[in-house]
Design a protein around this ligand. Structure first.
Ligand code: HEC
Length: 129
């Protein structure tokens, strides 16, 4: 009898332990998803990469190539370019202070109408390093 009671208690304890364990695990599971968010949200903080890709393909591709990492026939690769660099080039045809251009030429036209797309283009280019 006593042994049976002990066994019953022991298995109850184990069951409780398992249930608690499951609770802890299920309570913890959403945490990794949340904590991995900041790393992923770095690019989205700039803009929408998909919108950026569209804008890139519509305008930048003709010179910079389908793949921004490789570059095009007339323009250098621009994968990973910062928003500051993109703004300086696209809005004014310049460069951010202290930036060393990949080319000394000034052949790229400006595209001021793309002002609102620049954060999206930066988000897209951030994904193509
Ligand atoms: C008509 C061709 C052409 C188009 C279209 C074009 N570019 Fe360029 N881009 C160039 C050329 C050529 C250079 C090299 C510097 C120069 O001669 O102006 C350049 C340089 C750059 C650079 C600097 C690269 C570096 O690190 O030195 C960035 C950034 C850039 N372009 C972004 C863009 C973006 C974003 C778009 C689309 C909105 C775009 N370009 C559209 C021709 C073009």
């Amino acid at each position: 009898m006593r042994i049976n009671v002990l066994v019953a208690r022991a298995s109850l304890l184990i069951l409780t332990g398992l249930a608690l364990g499951a609770l802890v695990v299920s309570a913890k599971t959403p945490a990794p998803a949340k904590s991995s968010a900041p790393a992923k949200s770095l690019a989205p903080a700039l803009g929408d990469p998909e919108r950026g890709r569209q804008a890139y393909l519509e305008t930048c591709r003709f010179c910079h190539g389908v793949n921004p990492i490789e570059g095009g026939t007339i323009a250098p690769p621009i994968g990973g370019s910062s928003l500051a660099l993109i703004q300086a080039r696209v809005m004014e045809g310049g460069y951010p202070p202290g930036y060393k251009p990949k080319r000394a030429t000034r052949n790229m036209p400006t595209f001021p109408h793309l002002k609102d797309d620049l954060p999206h283009i930066a988000a897209y280019l951030a994904q193509t390093k």
